[in-house]
Design a binder for this molecule. Structure first.
Ligand code: MN
Length: 326
């Protein structure tokens, strides 16, 4: 990792002087978030930008929850009892605080700021997530990645990676998945993906070379950022359509701007998402729910103080596939 800083960084900073690419129009849609209570006695609330009616996926990224900064003495912090996942990976990325993770693979890990924790659910895993007593402010994102058909029954897995920050004039970048700014994450993904935290100094701007086959989403945590010409406010997700070979991020605020850039090749498979499950049909979901409720398939989480979460009732309307929406 330490070699990364000696590599050339594909990054140009601001200004109209940089001709042709900068003038190419990049289509950006702004997606707003909705507040969702996570449940529990004091009900910590998250801001969800994916999935939503206007967009269900960005690459294989299929779920984006953004939370905090929350004073845990007020919100009670995070306490999510053991619950199952299938057909997806979970990504935990914190800006502050600490979360204790336990899963049915036997992993016991502490999720800390600037460190990727990637859990592969594959055929079935269960886990619990609890903010630790050391946490005063909890602030971060929880993201999911849909697994492609060929790998959706993959083995359970848990990976940790602390990317070396890439620094350039006015920006600090942590590439946790994929490649950006001359830095490549060693963490394996099942589809081409990008995930990076980008912090911009006040009024800083940078242009990043990106894969034109990717679509991108820029989640703004703090500040307001102009993404290739379109202003994206706090807690909003700027969606850049595929085809751009560069994205420009300009911090339009007088403070630091913090963002998370997600990307990937458009996910071409239809998926059915319900609760914590991803399948290809309503039958897949019904089976996963039944397996969880009857104690099969997802294993057991050791060391969590409390009962596992029961699955909600299935909806009375049919579960509909999403994706392939272009
Ligand atoms: Mn989970």
């Amino acid at each position: 990792m330490s070699k990364a800083e000696t590599k050339p960084v594909e990054m140009r900073c601001g200004g109209p002087a940089d001709g042709e690419r900068a003038t190419e129009a990049v289509r950006v849609d702004v997606l707003t978030s909705r507040d969702v209570p996570l449940g529990g006695p004091r009900a910590m609330t998250v801001r969800r930008t994916l999935p939503q009616r206007a967009r269900t996926l960005i690459g294989a990224w299929c779920f984006a929850d953004h939370y905090g900064p929350d004073d845990v003495s007020v919100t009670g912090g995070m306490d999510v009892a053991p619950h199952p996942h299938t057909g997806l990976q979970t990504v935990s990325w914190l800006f502050s605080g600490e979360i204790e993770h336990r899963d049915s693979l036997g992993s016991h890990a502490f999720v800390r700021p600037g460190e990727l924790n990637l859990m592969t659910g594959g055929h079935g895993i269960s886990h619990s997530e609890v903010s630790t007593p050391r946490t005063t402010v909890l602030h971060g994102v929880q993201l999911w990645v849909a697994l492609p058909e060929a790998h959706r029954d993959a083995d359970r897995d848990f990976q940790h990676h602390a990317p070396e920050p890439v620094r350039a004039d006015g920006a600090e970048i942590r590439v946790f998945l994929g490649s950006l700014a001359g830095h490549t994450s060693p963490v394996r993904t099942f589809t081409p993906l990008l995930g990076a935290e980008i912090v911009l100094q006040p009024r800083a701007a940078l242009t990043l070379a990106v894969d034109p086959g990717f679509e991108h989403g820029l989640l703004v945590d703090q500040g307001k950022v102009r993404l290739s010409g379109t202003l994206v406010g706090r807690a909003e997700l700027g969606y850049a359509h595929p085809g751009a070979d560069a994205l420009t991020l300009a911090n339009e605020s007088d403070g630091i701007a913090r963002t998370v850039l997600l990307g990937g090749t458009p996910f071409e498979e239809e998926i059915v998402m319900w609760w914590n499950f991803i399948g290809r049909s309503a039958e897949d979901i019904v089976q996963a729910r039944q397996d969880w409720m009857e104690g099969r398939r997802f294993g057991e989480v050791q060391g969590y103080d409390g009962a596992p979460l029961p699955a909600p009732e299935l909806p009375t309307v049919p579960l509909k596939p999403r994706g392939k929406r272009r």
